[in-house]
Design a protein around this ligand. Structure first.
Ligand code: ASP
Length: 344
C-alpha cells in the first residue's frame, strides 16, 4: 500500500485559471493564493504538511517565459531537501511546455514534481480545480513501503490521469479531460484509488539533484503546410537568430520534395544549424526511411524527433543548446532518450 504519512509538500502557485476570479467586467484574473487553500479544506485531512509559495506576479500561463522555468527549477533545487514532493499550480495553456522544460532541467530527480491546474476557477461550484489539487498533493506525497517516492519524475495530474510531463499535450480548451499522453501510457489513473502504472514510471535517481538552468532559446518552429512559400521557409530556417529549427512535418516525417525546399533545408544544416523533424500527427513516430520525401530530409542531415511532442522537442533543445555552445554536441544528445521523452 502506498503511504503518504509524514510527507511534506511544497505547493507553488504560478497563476492560471485555478486561482482566477472574474473582475467586475467578467474577465478572469489571478487572485490571492491563500484563498485557494481555504477553498479546499479537504487538504487539511491529509497526513501531509503543506507549505505554499505564490509567485509574484501571478500570470496567465500564456505569458510564461523560460525565466519562469529557471525560477521554478531554482526554487525546487533550493528547497529540495526540505520537502518530499512539489506541486506546481499552473495555467493549462502552456503547462505541457513548462512540465517538459522542468523534466530536462531537474537532473537526478528522486522526488515528484506534479503540475496541475484547472479548466474552471477553484471558487466556481463545478470546478475541476479541487479534485486536481487534491490528487496532485496525494501523488506528490505518495511513498512506497520503503519510503521512496512512487512518482520520482515531473508529471501532469489532470482529470484523474497522471501523464509524464514531457509526453503531455493540451488537447481541449473546454473539456475537463484537457491533456493527453498520445505516445506513452498513463503513469497513473484515479478511480476509487490512485492506480500507479509502475512499469512506466522512471526509477528514482540515486545521485544528488542537479538543477540545470542554462537555456538557449534560439530555436524556431516551422509547421509545413500545403502552399508554404519559399520566402517563409527561407526566413524561418535560415534566419541568423536561430541555432536550431524544428520542422513539424506530415505523417511519418514527410515534407515537400521540391528542390527549393530541400535546398533550403540542406543549406540550414550546412550552416551548422540543427534541423529536427517532429510529426504533426498526434500519435506515432517519425521514420524518415519510409518515403522518398522523408529520405530526402534524412540525407540532408535532418535529425529525427521520433515520437516527441513539439513542446518536449522545443524545451529539450533549449536545455541542450544552453548546455552546449557547440551544436554538434547538442545534436549528439538530441536523438537520445534522456528523460523518457521519446520511444526509439
Ligand atoms: N489562460 C489560462 C492559463 O493558461 C488557462 C488555464 O489556466 O486553464 O493560464
Amino acid at each position: 500500500m502506498p503511504k503518504n504519512t509524514q510527507s511534506k509538500i511544497l505547493v507553488i502557485y504560478t497563476g492560471g485559471t485555478i486561482g482566477m476570479k472574474a473582475d467586475p467586467e467578467g474577465v478572469l484574473r489571478p487572485f490571492d493564493f491563500h484563498q485557494i487553500l481555504s477553498e479546499v479544506p479537504e487538504l487539511g485531512k491529509f497526513a501531509v504538511g503543506i507549505d505554499t509559495v505564490a509567485f509574484d506576479p501571478l500570470i496567465d500561463s500564456s505569458d510564461v517565459e523560460p525565466s519562469m522555468w529557471q525560477k521554478l527549477a531554482t526554487l525546487i533545487g533550493e528547497s529540495y531537501d526540505d520537502y518530499d514532493g512539489f506541486v506546481i499550480l499552473h495555467g493549462t495553456d502552456t503547462m505541457a511546455y513548462s512540465a517538459s522544460a522542468l523534466s530536462f532541467m531537474l537532473w537526478g530527480l528522486a522526488k515528484p514534481v506534479v503540475f496541475t491546474g484547472s479548466q474552471l476557477p477553484i471558487g466556481v461550484p463545478r470546478t475541476d480545480g479541487r479534485e486536481n489539487l487534491i490528487g496532485a498533493v496525494e501523488i506528490a506525497s505518495a511513498k512506497d513501503s520503503d519510503g521512496r517516492a512512487i512518482v520520482p519524475e515531473v508529471a501532469i495530474w489532470f482529470d484523474s490521469q497522471l501523464i509524464r510531463g514531457n509526453r503531455a499535450v493540451k488537447i481541449s480548451s473546454e473539456n475537463f479531460n484537457a491533456f493527453r499522453s498520445p505516445n506513452y501510457p498513463l503513469l497513473a489513473e484515479a478511480g476509487i484509488n490512485i492506480r500507479y502504472n509502475r512499469a512506466f514510471i522512471l526509477p528514482p535517481s540515486d545521485g544528488p539533484l542537479e538543477v540545470r538552468t542554462d537555456l538557449d532559446t534560439r530555436v524556431s518552429i516551422l509547421k509545413i503546410h500545403p502552399g508554404i512559400t519559399r520566402e517563409v521557409v527561407r526566413n524561418v530556417i535560415l534566419g541568423p537568430e536561430s541555432r536550431a529549427v524544428i520542422l513539424e512535418t506530415y505523417g511519418s516525417g514527410n515534407a515537400p520534395a521540391k528542390d527549393w525546399f530541400l535546398d533550403l533545408v540542406g543549406q540550414a544544416v550546412k550552416m551548422g544549424k540543427i534541423v529536427l523533424n517532429v510529426t504533426q500527427c498526434l500519435t506515432g513516430n517519425v521514420d524518415m526511411r519510409i518515403y522518398a520525401t522523408g529520405k530526402a530530409l534524412m540525407s540532408r542531415g535532418v535529425l529525427s524527433g521520433y515520437d516527441s511532442t513539439t513542446e518536449s522537442a522545443l524545451s529539450k533543445l533549449f536545455c541542450l543548446l544552453g548546455r552546449f555552445p557547440d551544436n554538434a554536441e547538442a545534436a549528439s544528445l538530441l536523438e537520445t532518450n534522456l528523460r523518457g521523452e521519446i520511444t526509439k
